[in-house]
Write a protein that binds this ligand. Structure first.
Ligand code: 5AD
Ligand code: SF4
Length: 422
């Protein structure tokens, strides 16, 4: 259901497109970070295109620049400041609008830095005010004022924001926002706020609409999807079962679940479904029970391995992907060996590997036993080598089997090959 606030923003979209009438205007967008940010950018693009801007892939050829930032690790932040440096030069030559938003903008030390060192930025918007971009842009264009539109309280859930999807077969649908877990290394709970679940009917209607448009694959998104909490005790497993019934949708995925909330009803919902992918993402973070404790992950090495076994017992063809952080404060050689041990035991299909990055304001940043960069990098390389060394052998099990994949068209490079975009 479209909310009142979104109606108001649609009026601002109209106003901006009136101001822009008759002009050929382009936008350039840079999206950093996770699938949730990509999904937010699809909404940003949906609004911006309705305001009369068309996409430019060339950084030197646009009128409106948008950066949708991520702050989960330091390197993403550095990239943003690099981009702002580039935009400064463009702004000196041309009359452009620069809007910067997303997770990084929820951090006070960052917005202060932008105001001080990058004062040419026109609009700063946060994760809870993304839907107000049309109003912010209107005010910038008409009044030439600098706008900082950030709130600290958890944003409401706004339904009905225009969306321009980046793919016409595979779509991501956010089911919940925020996170209550406060893993000690993670900045997300500070910048995305507490958990808020969308109403089940809003989610199901969106997916039914996508199915009608010809979408085949749906990824349910959330910082912690399996703590989805709809009205009247409607849980993640209920949602999985209802999405499963939607005709036309053939593949269902979800990211990211938390191992502690991976209850039997969720496992049974996957087991009962022919559409839910058997590649299941179960973030490990560390294989060491003592590190898991200081990470505040709320499970042990054994409980993680048990979960994998519980899933495999009910769903024998299940395979797994995971996230692992190396070099968390206090990680000893023995702790790291535990991580390698879990990697050997589970035989992951895919591992998203991260070097621990200190995030201001988190509990882990205040820990005294930080690991030297050199050791972190060495461990990262060892983990990578272990994983990569197993890929060939791990893939042998697929030789001669038939697997269902979503193809989206013919390859640009080889017309005899079918391919998917991402
Ligand atoms: N340093 C390194 N990796 C991190 N992640 C989250 N916070 C940090 C951090 N401070 C990783 C986790 C998470 C993924 C999205 O990013 O593995 O699952
Ligand atoms: Fe961060 Fe942990 Fe929440 Fe994931 S579950 S977003 S890692 S705090």
């Amino acid at each position: 259901m479209e909310t009142k606030q979104i109606k108001k923003q649609r009026e601002y979209i109209e106003k901006v497109s009136k101001v822009n009438e008759g002009k050929v205007l382009k936008y350039y967008i840079l999206t950093m970070g996770c699938k949730l940010n990509e999904n937010d950018s699809e909404k940003i693009i949906g609004m911006v295109e309705k305001m009369g801007y068309s996409e430019s892939k060339d950084i030197n050829d646009a009128d409106l620049y948008i950066i949708n930032t991520c702050c989960v690790r330091e390197n993403a932040e550095e990239k943003v400041f690099g981009k702002l440096g580039e935009l400064k030069k463009i702004k000196e030559e041309k009359n452009i609008i620069i809007a910067i938003g997303g997770c990084m903008m929820q951090e006070e030390h960052i917005t202060k830095k932008i105001k001080k060192s990058y004062p040419f930025v026109d609009v700063i918007f946060g994760t809870h005010t993304l839907h107000k971009l049309p109003e912010d842009i209107y005010k910038t264009i008409t009044k030439r004022e600098k706008i900082k539109d950030i709130i600290d309280i958890d944003g409401e859930i706004y339904e009905g924001i225009p969306v321009k999807r980046s793919n016409n077969r595979q779509a991501s649908v956010t089911i919940m926002y925020g996170c209550n877990n406060f893993c000690s290394y993670c900045i997300v709970p500070y910048v995305r706020g507490r958990e808020r679940s969308r109403k089940k009917d809003d989610i199901l209607n969106e997916i039914k609409g996508l199915a009608k448009e010809g979408y085949k694959e749906i990824t349910l998104l959330g910082q912690n999807v399996n703590s989805y909490n709809g009205e009247n005790n409607y849980k993640f497993s209920n949602l999985l079962k209802d999405v499963d019934k939607i005709e036309g949708i053939e593949i269902i995925r979800f990211i990211s679940p938390h191992p502690k909330d991976f209850t039997d009803d969720v496992i049974e919902a996957i087991q009962a479904s022919k559409k839910i992918s058997r590649l299941i993402h179960v973030p490990l973070q560390s294989g060491s029970t003592s590190i898991l404790k200081t990470m505040n992950r709320k499970y042990t090495k054994e409980q993680y391995l048990n979960l994998i076994n519980r899933i495999k017992t009910k769903i024998p063809d299940a395979v797994f992907s995971t996230d692992i952080i190396v070099g968390f404060p206090g990680e000893t050689e023995k702790d790291f060996e535990d991580t390698l041990d879990v990697v050997r035991k589970v035989n992951f299909e895919q591992i998203f590997m991260f070097i621990y990055s200190r995030r201001l304001g988190t509990v882990a940043d205040r820990m005294e036993n930080q690991i030297p960069e050199e050791i972190k990098h060495k461990r990262f390389d060892r983990l990578k080598a272990l994983f990569e060394g197993n890929i060939e052998q791990n893939n042998q099990k697929y030789v001669g089997t038939m697997q269902k994949v979503l193809v989206e068209g013919y390859s640009k490079n080889n017309p005899n090959m079918l391919t998917r975009k991402n």
